[in-house]
Design a protein around this ligand. Structure first.
Ligand code: SF4
Length: 375
């Protein structure tokens, strides 16, 4: 079983209008306190042998906006991770980035320090849409940041895109995809916009400034992305993720293939040896717990063998190739669960083909309901 490490950086310069994540606006004093807490969390896991001598195959710096931190702070965290745990000879080390928070020099330093993959939160290549999402940047800045990243030596570049943005049309979404492809990334993630409570978009929508995203249009946009990216040589390997051959995100595959991961930082989740645990989401509470020498755990459970099998299947179904049918056969006998599975096949949401159980095209539309039924 492979193992990966997630490092959460819960700071951004400003909050996007669709974002409901627990984060803080970046301020150097907040970051100092946070980095001390994060270092303490790394030490506590090292002392407890949480990874028990295992080698990390992936490290993922996510947020938030990791690159809002000065590059030396990011490198210091990675160095601490290397000193406390061991890594495989060729790990995938990803950093999420905002185009406005990188320079040619900082990108070179990240590559020199061992980061191998960069993921830009592009969201849209249309400046009016970026404004409606509260992204104070422009498509030109993204274009410049991607070319700086490539010049610095990043050969594995992801762009995150969102569809169903207020006032977005099918034509403008197709144009965003075209522009994104012209930047020659190795990986593209396409997420449907969801309006979360307590976000600026939610408030604007309730006031009547925007209509809710249109589900039919979002489905058309999803189909357009699948067709356009396939034509450009990208493989859709997960419901929202497309990659050039050989560039699927190794870290995210850990989650979908039921492998192990340790998460550091507020709200980070971990799954190790059948135990699942999660940190408290609040940054202040997280820092306070670690300042007193405690792991900031908010939840902890040991999964039963049944739960472990079911979860492997449910997460694995997010992958377009599905899960081995032999895995399904190993789920401890449970007549109700097997009947639910048979019903989903009967209703055309799941199919059993060439030794794999997978979502059908219809099933992909209702992936969340299928997951709820099977978990
Ligand atoms: S950059 Fe990402 S994490 Fe930060 S506010 Fe925007 S959506 Fe949220």
């Amino acid at each position: 079983v492979r193992v990966g490490l997630y490092v959460h950086i819960p700071f951004c310069r400003t909050r996007c209008h669709f974002c409901a994540f627990a984060l803080q606006i970046h301020r150097p004093d907040r970051v100092q306190r946070y980095l001390a807490a994060l270092a303490q969390e790394i030490e506590l896991h090292a002392q407890r042998g949480s990874l028990a001598g295992r080698q990390l195959d992936t490290v993922y710096f996510g947020g938030g906006t990791p690159t809002v931190l000065p590059v030396e702070q990011l490198i210091a965290i990675l160095d601490h991770v290397r000193a406390a745990f061991s890594l495989t000879p060729a790990p995938e080390v990803t950093v999420e980035a905002h185009p406005d928070t990188v320079t040619g020099e900082s990108l070179h330093e990240l590559v020199r320090a061992g980061f191998t993959r960069i993921s830009f939160g592009a969201q849209s290549m249309n400046d009016v849409e970026l404004l409606s999402l509260g992204r104070r940047t422009s498509s030109n800045r993204l274009r410049a940041a991607v070319s700086l990243a490539r010049a610095a030596g990043f050969t594995n570049i992801n762009l995150d895109l969102i569809y169903g943005v207020p006032a977005q049309t099918l034509t403008s979404w197709v144009a965003t995809l075209d522009t994104a492809l012209s930047l020659e990334p190795t990986h593209i993630s396409c997420y449907a916009l969801t309006i979360e409570e307590h976000t600026r978009l939610y408030v604007d929508m309730r006031r009547g400034d925007y209509a809710e995203p249109d589900a039919v249009l979002q489905n058309e946009m999803e189909d357009a992305a699948a067709a356009q990216l396939a034509a450009a040589g990208f493989l859709r390997y997960e419901l929202s993720n497309y990659a050039r051959p050989g560039y699927a995100c190794r870290h995210n595959l850990l989650y979908w293939q039921g492998e192990d991961y340790l998460g550091l930082g507020p709200d980070a989740q971990s799954y190790l040896d059948g135990r699942r645990f999660g940190n408290c989401a609040d940054v202040d509470r997280y820092c306070h717990a670690l300042a007193t020498g405690q792991l900031p755990l908010a939840s902890w459970e040991v999964l039963s063998p049944e739960q472990r099998w079911r979860e492997r299947i449910v997460f694995g179904l997010r992958l377009l190739e599905g899960v081995d049918i032999t895995l399904v056969d190993q789920v401890p006998a449970d007549r109700t669960w097997r009947k639910t599975l048979a019903d989903l096949v009967q209703r055309g949401l799941l199919e059993n083909q060439t030794g794999k159980l997978r979502l059908t095209k219809l099933g992909r539309r209702f992936a969340d309901s299928v997951a709820v039924a099977l978990i």
